[in-house]
Design a protein around this ligand. Structure first.
Ligand code: PLP
Ligand code: COI
Length: 339
């Protein structure tokens, strides 16, 4: 194993020792198999390649001060993985096998779990795709599941440092009744034009609006949006966004620290009323938003003018991260000790 600089890891791919695979054939799932190869052998007519029959998940394992490795709300990821599979007509991967695969892959790659205090974590990426051959547009009859892990640092650079975001009005990530609530690769492909344009303009990410009216906030690239005002945590309700497990958790944390919470449509114009704003997700954790630029209206919405995250954002962040690291009692019952 190459020596890793735990404090400065990118959010990228670093090879680990093992991954786990499993194949669905003749109507049933086979056994979990351990592999040390980084490659898959795939049929040239696999539906995953041609018709986007592919879904994935993302979750993290955390090393505690006590040397225990913990997973955050893995059952929620398992359930969403089933929901995404159903959404694009794939054979779903059973929740109990998902747990077993996660535990195995973490234990086999234990030495890659970043140390406590480094700010880095072990990112776990389960994947499911149609591996059976079809040429007509229809679901495959064979599927492959795999899960790999990779140690990662922050997704949005610079610790809990505010980033700027660009409102996107010329690309839709997902249609209202489309695949936006499923974690399928096609949504990410659809987001790339907008994301690259935002990056070229010096923004950390793009903020997608509802595709129907372009009136409401949808989400922030690969993370959900939240705004804060009047001691209230407000997050968009939309039929085209991924239901973030981090966001669900922040709603509960906000309530537990005496904040009010609202999940409802958030009009773009409301951005001028928020005192704080942020993006949240497994990779993003909580990323405070410094400024949002709306090119059509030539308007800048500004939060954290002193370059520092707001008080409420930091309260939510500290609470979430200390639960995940095992520093605080797991009052919500979110953590599972793997080893
Ligand atoms: N929205 C999108 C499009 C994402 O890819 C993610 C990441 O998984 C999120 C939101 C955040 O979801 P979660 O908190 O479950 O990681
Ligand atoms: C995650 O937060 O786990 C994600 O899936 C975001 C991403 C890097 C696609």
């Amino acid at each position: 194993m190459e020596k890793l600089d735990w404090n400065n890891l990118p959010f990228g791919y670093i090879k680990t020792d093992y991954n786990i695979r499993c194949v669905y054939k003749n109507g049933k799932w086979g056994k979990l198999e351990v592999s040390s190869s980084e490659y898959i052998n795939i049929h040239i007519a696999a539906t995953g390649l041609h018709y986007g029959q592919e879904a994935f998940e993302g979750l993290k394992a955390y090393m505690g001060k006590d040397g225990k490795i913990r997973l955050f709300r893995w059952e929620e990821n398992a359930k969403r993985f089933v929901y995404s599979a159903d959404g694009i007509k794939m054979a779903s991967f059973p929740v109990e096998m998902f747990r077993e695969a996660l535990f195995q892959v973490i234990r086999l790659n234990k030495k890659y779990v970043p140390p406590y205090g480094s700010g880095a974590t072990l990112y776990i990426r389960p994947l499911l795709y149609g591996s059976g051959a079809e040429v007509g547009v229809k679901p495959a009859s064979e599927y492959t599941f795999l899960v790999f892990v990779t140690p990662v640092g922050q997704y949005f650079k610079g610790g809990v440092k505010p980033v700027n975001m660009l409102i996107c009005r010329d690309v839709d990530r997902a249609a209202p009744l489309g695949t936006g609530t499923f974690k399928v690769g096609g949504n990410y492909a659809a987001s790339l034009r907008a994301l690259m344009a935002a990056k070229e303009g010096g923004y950390a990410s793009t903020i997608f609006l509802d595709a129907r009216e372009k009136k409401y906030i949808d989400e922030c690239g690969p993370a959900n949006f939240f705004g804060i005002k009047d001691n209230t945590y407000i997050t968009p309700k939309s039929e085209s966004i991924l239901k973030s497990i981090t966001n669900m958790s922040l709603i509960e944390i906000a309530k537990s620290i005496g904040m009010k919470t609202e999940r409802r449509q958030v009009p773009v114009v409301e951005l001028s009323t928020f005192v704080e704003a942020g993006a949240c997700g497994t990779a993003a954790v909580i990323c405070p938003i410094g400024k949002i630029f709306d090119p059509e209206k030539n308007k800048i919405y500004e939060y954290c003018r002193d370059g520092k995250p707001g008080v409420a954002t930091m309260k939510l962040y500290n609470k979430l991260v200390s639960i995940q690291n095992g520093d605080e009692p797991d009052d919500f019952g979110w953590m599972t000790v793997v080893e």
